[in-house]
Ligand binder design. Structure first.
Ligand SMILES: [Zn+2]
Length: 308
């Protein structure tokens, strides 16, 4: 389902309760009572669907406000041109980041994934093909997670850290539960930079600067998830100034997984991602492995991953 079709379908779903309410009001002779209730329900649906960090459709993973720490995150990669530049810049400045990769791109550019890991960053999942999940069935969501996990394992011999960020942050009422039962944690952000619009290097820097604080999760992009091939040169060029400002504020970017509060879900609630071909490994309840970006890993482990 395309982006436009999804937006339209979501609008229709949101309108449906209001329309139903209007019919009820007419049948029962009530004065807009059910229409207003339907409008409220529709509005709630839209907030839950598009409010990536709202608790309407379930909470996203919570970040601890740790002094001097924040998480720079990059979505939609890997890109053979821009991702290595971003990864290298961060590593050289002593910052660690979380790359929410697409499985389809990971298959195309496994060497870039290996460089991300070698540079000390962690890999997380952004789904396979950047398809919007507003109407995806649980089995389709699981397939997105599974195929992406396979692509990362094929490239790096380790699964991604079990964090998932939905494309555009769009959710369905069941997405959070489906992701959690597959052993992944749904992630949002605190600061959206909108660098995909290529607004200019100085604008990207300024937007990021306003968001830099302890516990912040900044959403940036190292590639183009739309498939239009937009370049991320501006993001690459903005990064030094963003890191300068972070340094000035005494902030260091670390793995997002290391800033998250522990999950509430019991391991008993987990569902396997798939039978055959699945790595069979989840990060929940599993011992850390070298280069694996284990959730809740210490900074020493992050430093060790970098030095490996
Ligand atoms: Zn994306």
């Amino acid at each position: 389902m395309s982006k436009l079709t999804t937006w339209l379908a979501c609008g229709l779903v949101a309108l449906a309760p209001a329309a139903g309410g209007a019919v009820l009001d007419r049948l029962l002779g009530t004065t807009a009572l059910f229409t207003l209730a339907g409008c409220a329900l529709g509005a709630l649906y839209l907030v839950g669907t598009f409010g990536a960090t709202t608790p309407v459709f379930g909470r996203v993973a919570r970040v601890r406000g740790e002094p001097g720490r924040l998480a720079l995150t990059f979505d939609d990669g890997p890109d053979p041109e821009f991702t290595p530049q971003i990864s290298r810049q961060l590593a050289e400045r002593g910052h660690r980041a979380t790359f929410f990769v697409l499985g389809s791109r990971a298959r195309e550019h496994p060497q870039v994934l290996r460089q991300i890991v070698a540079d000390g960053h962690e890999l997380a999942s952004h789904g396979f093909d950047h398809g919007l999940l507003a109407f995806s069935l649980p089995r389709q969501v699981r397939a997105q997670l599974r195929t992406t996990e396979h692509a990362v394992v094929a490239a790096t011999a380790s699964p991604p850290v079990h964090l998932f960020r939905a494309p555009h942050g769009v959710r369905s009422p069941w997405l959070g539960r489906t992701v959690a039962r597959a052993g992944y944690r749904l992630c949002g952000w605190t600061g959206r930079i909108f660098d995909t619009a290529n607004p200019g290097v100085s604008t990207i820097v300024e937007r990021a600067r306003r968001q830099l604080r302890p516990g912040a999760t900044l959403l940036l992009h190292d590639a183009d998830g739309s498939g239009h091939g937009d370049d991320r040169r501006q993001t690459v060029e903005a990064l030094p100034a963003i890191l300068d400002e972070a340094d000035r504020l005494g902030l260091r970017s670390v793995w997002l997984s290391s800033l998250l509060e522990p999950p509430a879900l019991s391991v008993l609630d987990l569902e396997p991602l798939g039978s055959r071909g699945d790595s069979g490994r989840t990060h929940v309840g599993r011992a850390p492995q070298s280069g694996d970006g284990e959730p809740f890993a210490s900074e020493e482990q992050q430093a060790q991953a970098h030095s490996d």
